[in-house]
Design a protein around this ligand. Structure first.
Ligand code: PGA
Length: 253
């Protein structure tokens, strides 16, 4: 069976609650979910923690994900948000390992692994981000880095739980820079990721897992990525903030 396509907007530290609600109203007025359904595309957004509850309420069927979470259920972790807290407001998706978290908050793949295990144990779906820095890319280390991130990040994630994981390949040098990786690079790395999943979890799991590309995806380039055999969708930052642009992304899939 063909895999679904997936378009996920990562809003990062953008949009107040009022702006986030307005976005949801636009999504409704523009019948985006109807368009998404007709194209077989899953549509989601990842707002700030503060907006999650309101977006969930106004989302009209969008997948709503947190941008991160803590691996412990509770405890002395000032400013952190736990999985049970997210669960309480109806959230069951989370992004983990975004390069900005890896860079600014020291989310190593080991930390990501702890978070992923807590999430899947609680029935969440996870968008796990991997990708190399510019230096690593220039040194030809892309696949080594991605392999390590996958092996460590998914350590002890069961065959059953792998169905709850989506992988997003996001080369760090392409995020927010306007320097998107070519569709050939995206396909090469995404197909490598699928082969890793096959080695770890078998053919069926590998054929089912969704693998996204992220990094300067815009309405005018999304199509070329989605034409690639192993790219099942996109994780989009800047171009997902305005509902008009989000709509164009969807229309161009
Ligand atoms: P960008 O961000 O689309 O603004 O490059 C992508 C991401 O960080 O997921």
């Amino acid at each position: 069976m063909a895999r679904k396509k997936f378009l996920m907007g990562n809003w990062k530290m953008n949009h107040t609650i009022a702006e986030a609600i307005r976005f949801c109203e636009d999504v409704k007025n523009d019948s985006l979910l109807k368009i998404a359904r007709s194209k077989g595309v899953l549509l989601g957004v990842a707002p700030s923690f503060l907006s999650l509850q309101q977006v969930k309420r106004h989302a009209h069927g969008l997948i709503v994900a947190s941008q991160d979470c803590h691996y412990e259920d509770h405890g002395a972790y000032t400013s952190s948000v736990s999985v049970p807290m997210l669960n309480e407001i109806g959230i069951n998706w989370s992004i983990i390992g975004h390069s900005e978290r890896r860079t600014y908050d020291n989310d190593t793949s080991f930390v990501c692994n702890r978070k992923i295990k807590t999430l899947v144990k609680n029935g969440f779906h996870v968008v796990y981000c991997v990708g190399e820095t510019l230096k690593e890319y220039e040194e030809g280390l892309t696949k080594d880095i991605v392999k390590e991130q996958i092996l460590v990040g998914l350590m002890n994630v069961s065959k059953e739980d792998i169905s709850k994981i989506v992988i997003a390949y996001e080369p760090v040098w392409s995020i927010g820079t306007g320097k998107n990786a070519s569709s050939e690079i995206a396909e090469d790395v995404c197909s490598y990721i699928r082969s890793l999943i096959e080695k770890l979890y078998g053919k069926v799991a590998a054929s089912k897992i969704l693998i996204l590309y992220g990094g300067s995806v815009k309405p005018n380039n999304i199509h070329e990525y989605l034409l690639q055999e192993n790219v099942d969708g996109a994780l989009v930052g800047g171009a997902s903030l305005k509902s008009e642009s989000f709509k164009e992304l969807l229309e161009n899939i």
